[in-house]
Structure formats: C-alpha cells, structure tokens
Design a protein around this ligand. Structure first.
Ligand SMILES: [Zn+2]
Length: 288
C-alpha cells in the first residue's frame, strides 16, 4: 500500500479548488530527476568554465608560440651571422696557410666545413641544431688548422734562427771556399771555409742560435769554437786570440763568442769561418 500526498491549489475566492494526488514513488522519482538535472547542470557549468580556462591558456600559448617563433628567427639570423664570420675566418686562415706554404705539401688541407645558410623564415629547432653542430665542427677544424699554422710558424722560426746568416766578424774576405794552393805546402787543397782578415781582438759573433759544442785549442785551427745549431747546421770559428764561451754555452745569433787572432796554422790575423750542413762544408758566402 503506497502512501499518497495531496497537492492542493487554492485560487482566489469563487473559483474551484484543485487537488492533485501524488504517489510517494512519483515524488521520489521527481526528486531524483531534479537531483540528476542539478548534477548535469553543475557538470555543464564546470565544463564551461574549464573550457574558458583552456581557451585562456590556449591564447597564452599562442602568444608564447609567436614569441618563440620570433626568437627562433632571431637565433637563426644570429647563427647565419656566426656562420658568415666563420667563413671569413676560414678564408683568412686559408690565405695564411697559402702564404706560409704555397705548395701546401706540408699542410693537410682543412676544409671550411660549414653547411648552407639557414632559411630564417622556416627555421626549426632541428635545423638550428644541425647548424650549431656544423659550426662546432667548423670551429674544431679552425682550431686544428691554427695549431698546424702555429707549428709551421715555430718550425720556420726555429729553422730561420738555426740557419747561419750574416758576417761573423767585421773584416774583408781574403780567401774563399773551394780549391786553393795551400799557403804552407803550395799544393792544391780544399779550403772548407772563408778567411776574413781583421785586426787581432776584433769581436767574433755567432751567426745563428745554437749550443757551443767545442771551445778549445787545436794545432790546425788554434783557438777554435764550434757551434751546433740543429737542423744539421754547425759553424766553426778558427785562429781566435781569445775564446769568450765554453762548451755547453747556449748561444743566440749575434752573441760574442771570441776575438780574432792568429793562433794555429795561420799566416796573419784572420778568422777562418766554416759552415757545415750534415757534416759537409758548404760555401758560407751564400749565407753572408
Ligand atoms: Zn781558412
């Protein structure tokens, strides 16, 4: 047996009163329906606000995206600038290398190693990363090349300072390199150096950097100095009156090493100057 409710509608006087019989089940169903509707409405309203929020975030993201695109464009322009500077560097590097070694046989040819320019309007992160990698490679290559150039310069510098150059004393040539009649025996004999006549006591200076390997007195050369310059070069200074260095002394070109004299087998005050390359006497006149 179901309970029932009665809903009464009482209008203004003179009109009929209306009654409505409502079963308990109907009332419960109506309540459930109202609750469901409320929940649905709540959900819809919440969803609406959520969408509203999403839209805001979306707009914000759009703004950020546009900003980042601009930054990306700027970055790719910067990268293009760097790339251009790298090319300029590579070109000047190539000129230095060519000037140092026109035949380039001493140098491993180092390529420029730079990719093409980026299209700054369509640049994306992958493209930028590629460009950065390429620049990094180019920088490594430049570094390698600079190292080579530095070594080559050092070598050239060392060779230049080790090669005898200039006059070892102030005087005048009295005897050349080559076959000549010996002043003692009259027989033709090889003269393996230059004789430079000068007053006794005139300074004798080294003609290249090196180390004194001999500073002693010998029957032939008298008081003699021998300097090793490396690269196969040695110089010999004979007939001195006085030695100013000892074996083992490090010598720079222009350092005073002796004074001219007339010691050993000599017929007058002069310097016997000899240059040897890999043990073979060469004509020092080519190096004066
Ligand atoms: Zn001589």
């Amino acid at each position: 047996m179901s309970r029932r409710f009665t809903l009464m509608y009482i209008p203004d006087s003179g009109k009929q009163v209306r009654r409505l019989l409502i079963s308990h089940r109907l009332l419960v169903s109506a309540l459930v329906a109202v609750l469901l509707c409320t929940a649905l409405l709540g959900y819809v309203v919440a969803d609406y606000f959520r969408l509203q929020l999403d839209q805001e975030q979306f707009n914000q993201l759009l703004v950020e995206n546009s900003e980042q695109r601009q930054q990306l464009g700027q970055m790719s322009r910067d990268l293009n600038g760097l790339r251009h500077e790298m090319i300029v560097l590579a070109e000047s590097d190539a000129r230095v290398r060519e000037a140092l070694s026109p035949t380039t046989e001493n140098l491993v040819t180092v390529p420029v190693g730079i990719g093409g320019a980026i299209d700054t309007s369509t640049a994306d992160m992958t493209e930028l990363q590629k460009q950065i990698n390429s620049l990094r490679l180019a920088i490594d290559l430049r570094r390698e090349s600079q190292e080579e150039v530095r070594n080559l310069l050092n070598d050239k510098h060392s060779l230049a300072s080790a090669t005898p150059d200039g006059w070892p004393t102030k005087g005048w040539l009295t005897s050349y390199f080559g076959m000549r009649s010996s002043p003692y025996t009259g027989r033709r004999k090889m003269h393996e150096g230059l004789d430079i006549a000068a007053n006794t006591g005139t300074l004798v200076t080294a003609t290249a950097d090196g180390v004194v390997v001999k500073a002693t007195t010998e029957p032939g050369f008298g008081k003699v100095v021998m300097i090793d310059h490396g690269y196969g070069y040695r110089t010999i200074f004979g007939h001195n009156s006085k030695l100013l260095v000892k074996a083992g002394t490090r010598i720079r070109r222009g350092d005073r090493i002796a004074e001219v004299g007339n010691t050993g087998r000599s017929t007058g005050s002069h310097l016997h100057y000899e240059v040897r390359l890999n043990g073979v006497p060469i004509d020092p006149r080519k190096l004066l």
